[in-house]
Structures are given as structure tokens and as C-alpha cells.
Write a protein that binds this ligand. Structure first.
Ligand SMILES: Nc1ncnc2c1ncn2[C@@H]1O[C@H](COP(=O)(O)OP(=O)(O)OP(=O)(O)O)[C@@H](O)[C@H]1O
Length: 240
């Protein structure tokens, strides 16, 4: 479970996130929607303890991202789109193993988890290839494996389908839905309204660092009397 309380982040004069408060329950996918520069990545990076907040706090399964960041790291997985941050010169197996070790898993735990993921994600024939030689979609599969090797219960997806073709994007979508079935708490940030409508149970709209509206898709459509989430979004963020 994710509980965010008045979370803020400033970079000198830029207030990237202002007093954000929200909750994500177990088995729930919450969409974080906003224009370029709205503060989505900054919010997710703070929750993943990659950035220190300048105000407020958040708890991940009861652990504070400020006072208990080590514990939080064990509970959380974060998947980025675009550059997936793998080591090109290492093989698939070495990449996944490395991240398992970073997350404090023992050798045995790591190998068991890797063997399971190899089957689950159909990675067998790629395991001993160098990551630099794989296609973008395959790399994304490897980053999914890396992302879940330590079995996180809270998953953060930051535009995870950027640059993927339809088949690879579907793999990511199916994976996210499977995570929900397993009762994980999920935040999904995207520019694509179609993706958000397909996957999310609830949507948070963030504009210039502030949460301006939050609710289910039905809530938005009903309140703003429109069937198009795209139109509603544009109306809310100022009609640009
Ligand atoms: N390290 C940094 N130093 C200074 N300013 C930053 C830094 N990271 C982000 N910002 C600023 O904070 C604001 C929010 O950026 P953020 O990356 O969180 O937006 P975003 O909603 O993820 O955008 P996008 O959809 O383009 O990824 C922007 O004005 C950005 O320029």
C-alpha cells in the first residue's frame, strides 16, 4: 500500500511537486496523468527513494521513504520506459542476477527467482546473450525480470511502453494486469489516455506539480459530462 502525505519537491526555484497526497490500495492500479513536466517522474522517483523530498512524506507498506528508505527499496519495483538502464555488456542472466544482489537476495533466492522468471517471461533462449544485442522489446522484457526479481509488492511504472511496438506494449500491459491480480499496489504514469483507460482503476491528474483531480473513469465522465477522457483531461489542464 502507498500513502502519500503532502509530498513536495523543489529544484531550486522549480517546484516540481507541491503537497501531493494520495493513497494506492493493494490490488489497485492508479494512473498518474499529466503533461510533460507536470511532476510525474519526480513523484515516482521520490517514492522509489531515488530523490529526497523537500517536504511531506510517504509510506510504502508502512515504511517511510525518508526514515526507512532501505526497507522501502525492498518493497518497491520501478520500471521506466525508453532507456531501460540495463548493462549492455552483461548477459541477460548477469543483469538480472546483479539486480537481485543489489536488492539483498541470497544467491539461492536469486537463482530460484531467476529460474522462475525465465519460464514466466519466456527468456530461456536469451539468457546467455549480451543485452546490447537484443531488440528494444526484448530489453524491456529483461527490465521487467530485473524489476520483479526481488518480488516487490508495490510497482511503479513510468511510461513503461515508450518506444515499444504493439506486441511488446501488450506484454507490458498484461504484466501490469497480472500484478493487480496478485494484489500489488500499482502506479502507472503515461501520456496515453487509451492505456490509462484500459488499465487504471483510478486516475490522478497532476498539473504543474499539483494534483488537481482524482477519481475513477466513471467519476470523471459523469462529473464532466463527457465520454472522452482526452477532452476532460485537456479541459482540466487548461485547454492547451
Ligand atoms: N533534476 C532536476 N533538476 C531541476 N529540475 C528538474 C529536475 N528533474 C525535474 N525537474 C523539473 O521538475 C519539473 C517536473 O519534471 P518531471 O520530470 O517530474 O515531469 P514529468 O511529469 O515526469 O514529465 P514528462 O512527462 O516529460 O516525463 C519540470 O519542470 C522539470 O524541468
Amino acid at each position: 500500500m502507498i500513502e502519500v502525505k503532502n509530498l513536495s519537491k523543489s529544484f531550486k526555484e522549480v517546484q516540481a511537486v507541491k503537497n501531493a497526497s494520495f493513497t494506492v490500495n493493494k490490488g489497485e492500479i492508479v494512473g498518474l496523468l499529466g503533461e510533460n513536466g507536470a511532476g510525474k517522474t519526480t513523484t515516482l522517483r521520490m517514492l522509489a527513494t531515488m530523490l529526497k523530498p523537500t517536504g511531506g512524506n510517504a509510506e510504502i507498506n508502512g515504511y517511510s521513504i525518508i526514515e526507512n528508505s532501505q526497507k522501502v527499496r525492498g518493497e518497491i519495483g520501478i520500471l521506466f520506459g525508453g532507456d531501460v538502464g540495463l548493462y549492455d555488456r552483461l548477459t541477460v542472466r548477469e543483469n538480472i542476477r546483479y539486480f537481485a544482489q543489489l536488492n539483498g537476495m541470497s544467491k539461492k533466492e536469486a537463482e530460484d527467482s531467476i529460474n522462475y522468471l525465465v519460464e514466466e517471461l519466456e527468456l530461456k533462449e536469451y539468457m546467455d546473450r549480451r543485452v546490447g544485442k537484443l531488440s528494444r522489446g526484448m530489453k524491456q522484457k529483461v527490465s521487467i525480470a530485473r524489476f520483479i526479481v526481488h518480488k516487490p509488492t508495490v510497482m511503479l511504472f513510468d511510461e513503461p511502453t515508450t518506444g515499444l511496438d504493439v506486441t511488446a506494449a501488450k506484454l507490458v500491459h498484461d504484466f501490469i494486469l497480472q500484478c493487480r491480480e496478485q494484489g500489488k499496489s500499482i502506479i502507472f504514469s503515461s501520456h496515453s489516455m487509451q492505456e490509462v483507460e484500459k488499465l487504471c482503476d483510478r486516475i490522478i491528474i497532476i498539473n504543474k506539480g499539483e494534483i488537481i483531480e482524482e477519481g475513477t473513469i466513471e467519476y470523471f465522465k459523469d462529473k464532466y459530462q463527457s465520454n472522452s477522457m482526452e477532452d476532460i483531461f485537456i479541459r482540466l489542464v487548461g485547454g492547451k
